[in-house]
Design a protein. Structure first.
Length: 206
């Protein structure tokens, strides 16, 4: 790995950038905070000016990842325009695209095993991302008569599980991506449509 010599500027952000490079190279468990300091070109003690430990550094990477993720999801959802089902499909494609294009962020967000309860900022960032999907589920649930309307939280959790499972198996930007006879996007769209139709939620406009 190329040494990322640190000379001036924001040490906190330099360490975050270095951690992301290490995650991309070694995975979220493959390095120590001392290695991050060495790769950034600073003393082993320097990171502790900003981060309690390695998990604290990883939590900052994950928090920034969730902020980017939320911005992209919200733009894809676009407040349910042009219609909730089309907007949901855009949301799903964006989920997969983020996993593919931002593997270091995605790994820190979902694979680092960080306890959210010890980092309120990270927990709030994760909640904001999920809130976009929850809003999509609520809009879709409203299209079903109240007497058989599914709980929006249940729908959101099921849709999240579908998107996350496909992203982890097929759309993650790592060397272990599986081969498919169809694209991850098509697989997710088909799975979501089958699921929604089972709940009585209509077909997409043609």
């Amino acid at each position: 790995m190329t040494r990322r010599g640190y000379h001036h500027g924001n040490l906190r952000e330099a360490l975050v950038a270095t951690a992301m490079a290490l995650i991309a190279e070694k995975g979220p468990f493959g390095f120590t905070i001392a290695e991050a300091a060495r790769a950034a070109g600073v003393s082993p003690a320097a990171p502790y000016r900003h981060f309690r430990d390695r998990d604290d550094l990883m939590a900052e990477v994950a928090r920034q990842g969730f902020e980017r993720f939320t911005t992209r999801l919200a733009a894809a959802w676009n407040e349910g325009r042009p219609d909730p089902l089309t907007a949901l499909q855009n949301l799903g494609r964006t989920y997969l695209d983020f996993a593919r294009r931002e593997p270091a962020y995605y790994a820190a967000m979902f694979e680092a095993g960080l306890p959210l309860e010890v980092d309120p900022g990270l927990a709030r960032a994760g909640d904001r991302a999920f809130a976009v999907l929850r809003q999509a589920a609520e809009n879709l649930a409203q299209t079903v008569p109240k007497v058989r309307r599914p709980p929006a939280l249940m729908v959101a959790l099921h849709l999240w599980s579908l998107a996350h499972g496909i992203a982890s198996l097929f759309a993650h930007g790592d060397g272990g991506r599986r081969w498919l006879a169809m694209s991850p996007e098509d697989l997710l769209e088909a799975g979501v449509l089958v699921y929604l139709q089972g709940l009585g939620i209509g077909t997409p406009p043609r």
